[in-house]
Design a protein around this ligand. Structure first.
Ligand SMILES: [Cu+2]
Length: 172
């Protein structure tokens, strides 16, 4: 090794000591894991990857003495809601949950929370055509289901525990 190479090698070692290389390796690994997890979380329940950010819908499952068990809208998010569910209907009897409208190809994230302060019953949410099924949520539990509206039509969402809990999803 000539003198010049020796100095270069020393300089190199100073600039990139082993510990830094190890740290860089760790950081790159963590970065790769984050990217992988991110991509995986973009996969919706019916197997499509999102091409655009999901639209968020917040639904509450609750019990009211006048309307019984029902879904109501917690916040409209960016999805269009044609009616506001319980409370919009006057009188008593079962009420329909908010009607959700979506353009085909968009991804929907439905956030369901059980706010059944009246009965503390379990609730779930299903849309068979899009393979959407939450678990049975206990009082104050919540779950988000995400799916891509990849076919047009009018679809029912419902709670399998309470037949009167239904609502419509329109994809056009
Ligand atoms: Cu229910």
């Amino acid at each position: 090794m000539n003198k010049r190479n020796k100095t270069l090698s020393k300089k190199y070692q100073k600039k990139f000591p082993k510990i830094r290389i190890v740290l860089l390796g760790i950081i790159l690994t963590i970065g790769a894991l984050i990217v992988y997890g991110g991509i995986n979380s973009l996969k919706s329940s019916n197997g499509n990857y999102f091409s655009s950010p999901p639209r968020n819908i917040f639904l509450k499952a609750l019990y009211s003495p006048t309307h019984g068990y029902a879904y109501t809208s917690q916040s409209t998010g960016t999805a269009k809601i044609l009616n506001s569910g319980a409370g919009a209907n006057s009188g008593s009897g079962p009420t329909h949950g908010p009607t959700l409208t979506m353009n085909k190809g968009r991804t929907l994230a439905i956030h369901l929370i059980n706010e059944d302060t009246g009965k503390h019953s379990n609730h779930n949410l299903n849309i068979d055509e899009f393979n959407v099924h939450t678990k049975d949520l206990g009082y104050f539990q919540s779950q988000t289901v995400t799916f891509t509206a990849n076919k047009t039509g009018t679809f029912d969402y419902y709670c399998s525990i309470h037949p009167e809990m239904t609502g419509k999803l329109i994809v056009d």
